[in-house]
Design a protein around this ligand. Structure first.
Ligand code: MN
Length: 409
C-alpha cells in the first residue's frame, strides 16, 4: 500500500522515537502533502472526528495546522475549512450527505471537490457506504484512525475507498497508538505548531492506551510541565464538554486545550467537582438497583443502565457502566462481569482473567444471527447491539457462554 516514489523528508521528525510511527511515516507524509495541496488549490477541507477526547485532540491538532495556512490564502477561513464532531463512531451517512451538499456547491462554482479528513473513525465496514458515496463524486479522503479495521480476505475493506488510510493495525500496531497521537504528529508535519506536545498524552490517558509510545508521550508531557494527574482530569473534563457540545462546530475544546495552565486548572476544578458529585449519585442509586448473581468462579452484575440514568445528561451509559464497574470491582474479591443493559444494547465491563468479549460476541453472531447482534470493543470493555426484541435471548446466551467458558469445570 505504501508507494515507493514518495520521498520522506528526513527533517520530519516525530515528537517521540517509535518504530511503529516510522512505519506509518510515508503515508503520513503523503497525507500532509495532500492537505497542503488541497489548501493551495483552494479546495474545501472537511474534517470529521469522533466526538470524544481522543477524536477531539486528533481533529483539533490538524485544525491548528491547517487554519494558519488557509488564513494566509483566504480571508474567510471558515468558508474553506470546516471541522465537526461525528454523530456516530463512524463516518455517518447523514454526515456524508451534508458534506456532499457543501461539495456540490463548490463543484458548481467550478472548484475541485472537497478533501474529507476523518479522524478517530473511518476504518470499518460501517464507514463504507458514506465513503463510497463521496468518492464517487470525486471527493478525496484521508482516514487517520486507530480502531481495528474491518478486514476481508486480508485487506482492510475501506482501503480502496480512501486516498490515504493511516492506521497502526496496517503496520503491526494496534489501538494503543491513538488518533490523538497520530493527529498531533500529522499536524506537526503540516506546520510546526507550538505548545501541543502534551496533547498526545491526554488522548492516550482517555483512550486507556498502554505501551512504549504512550509512555514516551507521557514523559514528553511531563517535561512540558504537565502532571499526569492534571492531564487525566483534563481529559475527563473534555469528555464531559464533548458530550454537551454534541455534534456542532465549536471552538470550546480548542480554547480549553490552549488555555494557560493556571486558567486550565481552574476550569478543571470546576468541572471535576461537578463530575465527582454526579458519579457519587449514580453509584448510590446503582447500588440500590443492580442485581448481583454469584456464578461460582465469578459474579455477574446486571443493571438496566439506560433506565438508571437521566437522558441527555452526562455520563452516558458506557461511561456510567465503567464507573459503577470500577467502584464494584474495588469492593469485591471475585472476578466479575458487569452488564449495563439498554433497550437494544448491553455495555460490558469485566475483569475475568482470559475473557474476551469479542470472542463472545462473535459466537453470539454466529449462533443467533437473527438477533442481528453486532459490536465489540477491547477484550474487557465494549458494547453489543441487537434488535430490541432479542434482548432476553441475547442475555441468556451471554450467561450460558460465560458459564460454559469461564465457569467451574
Ligand atoms: Mn480513539
Amino acid at each position: 500500500m505504501i508507494s515507493e516514489n514518495t520521498t520522506v523528508n528526513s527533517s520530519n521528525k516525530f515528537l517521540i522515537e517509535s518504530e511503529l510511527l516510522d512505519k506509518l511515516k510515508q503515508e503520513m507524509v503523503k497525507a500532509a502533502d495532500k492537505i497542503k495541496k488541497a489548501i493551495a488549490e483552494s479546495r474545501l477541507i472537511i474534517l470529521k472526528h469522533h466526538a470524544d477526547c481522543d477524536g477531539y485532540i486528533g481533529g483539533i491538532a490538524i485544525e491548528f495546522a491547517i487554519k494558519p495556512l488557509v488564513a494566509k490564502k483566504h480571508r474567510s477561513v471558515w468558508y474553506h475549512f470546516k471541522r465537526t464532531p461525528s454523530k456516530a463512531p463512524y463516518y455517518d451517512y447523514q454526515d456524508s450527505l451534508k458534506d456532499i451538499h457543501s461539495g456540490l456547491g463548490e463543484i458548481k462554482e467550478g472548484k475541485k471537490p472537497p478533501l474529507v479528513i476523518i479522524v478517530d473513525n473511518g476504518s470499518t465496514k460501517e464507514d463504507l457506504l458514506a465513503l463510497k458515496r463521496i468518492r464517487e463524486l470525486g471527493f478525496e479522503c484521508i482516514v487517520v484512525d486507530h480502531h481495528k479495521p474491518t478486514f476481508k480476505e486480508g485487506k482492510a475493506v475501506v482501503a480502496e475507498h480512501t486516498d490515504i488510510f493511516i492506521n497502526p493495525y496496517l503496520v503491526g500496531g494496534d489501538s494503543n497508538l491513538t488518533a490523538g497521537m497520530l493527529g498531533v504528529e500529522l499536524a506537526m508535519m503540516i506546520t510546526k505548531i507550538e505548545n501541543i506536545e502534551h496533547l498526545p498524552a491526554i488522548s492516550g490517558i482517555t483512550d486507556k492506551a498502554q505501551g512504549a509510545e504512550f509512555e514516551k508521550y507521557i514523559e514528553l508531557a511531563k517535561r512540558k510541565g504537565f502532571s499526569v494527574e492534571h492531564l487525566t482530569k483534563l481529559g475527563r473534563c473534555i469528555d464531559f464538554e464533548a458530550f454537551y457540545i454534541g455534534f456542532f462546530d465549536s471552538s470550546v475544546v480548542s480554547n480549553i486545550l490552549l488555555m494557560k495552565l493556571e486558567e486550565q486548572k481552574k476550569y478543571v476544578d470546576l468541572i471535576s467537582y461537578e463530575m465527582e458529585k454526579r458519579v457519587e449519585n449514580i453509584i448510590q442509586s446503582a447500588e440500590k438497583y443492580l442485581k448481583m448473581t454469584d456464578a461460582g468462579m465469578f459474579e455477574i452484575i446486571e443493571i438496566e443502565i439506560s433506565n438508571l440514568l437521566s437522558r441527555g445528561t452526562f455520563p452516558p451509559s458506557g461511561k456510567a457502566t465503567g464507573m459503577i464497574f470500577n467502584h464494584m470491582s474495588e469492593k469485591r474479591e471475585k472476578p466479575m462481569i458487569m452488564l449495563g443493559k439498554g433497550e437494544d444494547y448491553i455495555t460490558i465491563r469485566s475483569n475475568i482473567p482470559g475473557f474476551d468479549l469479542n470472542k463472545m460476541i462473535a459466537e453470539l453472531i454466529e449462533k443467533l444471527p437473527h438477533t442481528r447482534a453486532e459490536g465489540g470493543g477491547h477484550e474487557l470493555a465494549g458494547t453489543v447491539k441487537f434488535a430490541a426484541l432479542a434482548k432476553q435471548e441475547v442475555l441468556d446466551f451471554l450467561k450460558k457462554y460465560l458459564n460454559d467458558n469461564h465457569g467451574a469445570n
